[in-house]
Design a protein around this ligand. Structure first.
Ligand code: PAF
Length: 286
């Protein structure tokens, strides 16, 4: 363990993290976990503040999980900024940062996976076939290591949030999964670690996601309930932006991520769009 100051600590090994969590629980303190892949931004910090407010101990995990990247180039481009992340997380109230190396999480010969059928094959799961298996495996492992009472995830990744909730419930993991609102830049772009990769022109182009979500919502509110018609309006807004390439536009049930024959209040508009080489996701509830 590395001591930052009296109360704040960076922990590098599974066994040290388990010892820390066990001691907190023995003292009767609840544990809130914020799982991250680092490159922390204001969205992550809102989760840390909530974990701090609702628990005796707030733990932030920082691990860019190779198992959930289908493209090794995407993983290589993922920013590694542990010092800045630690300062930001401690500033937002974290008590401990769990920052294991890859071999610590996946020792030689590691061969156990957590997977889900149905919901995890749709939208992001269709574009990135082993992505959710990687997410579910690492999240299960983080729950085993950090023993949280509550775990906090952003609503920006709505499908991930739904899948983690379903897994925690179906496997009786005894952890409450809490979804927290998407934090946005002033022009509406959802905060994401990937935004840092956008060039200046791409950053302006990226506004098309929020614009498409808002216009889709307005069209629904004016009475359009046909998912095909609504999706093609949204696609045309995105296609008007020359730097945007659509991965998917989904109008889906928020639990199953299936498209209903008729759009209803409570459905999600979910988007994944490449701006240049950077894949961004966002969603809004109707
Ligand atoms: O949302 C993320 O940053 C990751 O998918 C998570 C939940 C930390 C698992 O690696």
């Amino acid at each position: 363990m590395t001591k930052e100051n009296k109360d704040q600590i960076i922990i590098r090994t599974v066994s040290d993290m388990q010892t820390y969590a066990r001691a907190a629980r023995l003292r009767g303190e609840s544990i809130g976990l914020v799982p991250t892949m680092g490159a922390l931004h204001a969205g992550h910090l809102s989760l840390v503040r909530r974990a701090r407010a609702e628990n005796g101990k707030a733990i932030v995990s920082v691990f860019a999980n190779p198992m959930q990247f289908d493209d090794p180039g995407d993983l290589a481009r993922y920013p590694a900024t542990l010092d800045a992340d630690a300062r930001a997380a401690f500033g937002a109230g974290a008590d401990a940062i769990f920052a294991p190396g890859e071999r610590e999480m996946y020792p030689e010969g590691f061969s156990t996976f957590v997977d889900m059928t149905g919901i995890s094959d749709r939208l992001c799961g269709a574009s990135r076939p082993s992505h959710f298996r990687g997410v579910l495996t690492v999240v299960t492992k983080l729950f085993g290591i950090c023993a949280p009472d509550r775990a906090y995830f952003g609503e920006k990744d709505a499908q991930q949030l739904a899948i983690v909730k379903k897994m925690a419930s179906e496997l009786c993991l005894n952890v409450e999964i809490i979804g927290c609102p998407t934090v946005r830049e002033a022009d509406g772009l959802a905060m994401s670690s990937r935004n840092a990769r956008l060039g200046a022109d791409e950053r302006i182009s990226a506004r098309c996601l929020f614009r498409a979500l808002n216009e889709g919502k307005a069209i629904f509110e004016s009475g359009e309930a046909d998912p095909g018609v609504l999706a093609s309006h949204i696609r045309s807004i995105l296609e008007a932006e020359p730097r945007a390439r659509i991965d998917y536009v989904g109008i889906v049930d928020p639990l199953t991520f299936e498209t209903a024959p008729s759009v209803r209040a409570g459905n999600l508009i979910a988007l994944a769009v490449y701006i240049g080489d950077t894949r961004l996701v966002d969603n809004t509830k109707l």
